[in-house]
Ligand binder design. Structure first.
Ligand SMILES: [Zn+2]
Length: 167
């Protein structure tokens, strides 16, 4: 059985320092060259990007162009747009990674473990048999996927769904 497992300690991005910018997501919006841009799609109000520090392959973030820190600041039409982006993202991730489930959610405020204040929705594909040292020691096949490769793969996939994503 093939296992799609990203080994975080092997990722070049994990070793890199966080760039010194005021807000990493605002920098992605502005396409600031200081920030590794892993975006896969831009809609009317949101960007979908691969997480620089993925929990699993296909770990995405969806965030508004506008720097807001609370979900209360999203308008209902933006919420509707966000839901549509989420639904299409799940479809694409299911197609490519065949995960067994997903975690979807926000970390809001300092007590939540949020490392970026700019509001962003996490979509994390989950697998029943995620990386453990037993897997490594028993010689199971471990597939490393760099966030940049994930980005390239997903970018092509989102392109195919442009009509669905933009209406
Ligand atoms: Zn921001």
């Amino acid at each position: 059985m093939r296992k799609n497992i990203f080994v975080p300690s092997k990722g070049e991005y994990v070793r890199g320092k966080r760039p010194k910018v005021e807000c990493i997501l605002c920098s992605i919006v502005k396409a600031d060259p200081k920030v590794t841009n892993l975006e896969v799609f831009r809609s009317k109000s949101f960007i979908i990007a691969v997480n620089l520090y993925p929990y699993n392959p296909g770990h995405l973030m969806i965030f508004p162009y506008q720097h807001i820190e609370e979900i209360e600041k999203l308008s209902l039409s933006e919420v509707e747009e966000l839901h549509k982006l989420t639904v299409v993202s799940l479809k694409i991730l299911k197609n490519i990674y065949q995960p067994h489930g997903f975690n979807i959610g926000y970390n809001l405020g300092k007590g939540s473990g949020a490392s970026i204040e700019h509001l962003h929705l996490h979509i994390v594909p989950r697998y029943e048999n995620e990386l453990s040292f037993i897997d490594v020691l028993s010689g199971s096949k471990v597939i490393v996927e760099e966030p940049k490769d994930t980005m390239q793969k997903l970018k092509n996939e989102y392109k195919k769904h442009t009509h669905e994503l933009l209406d």
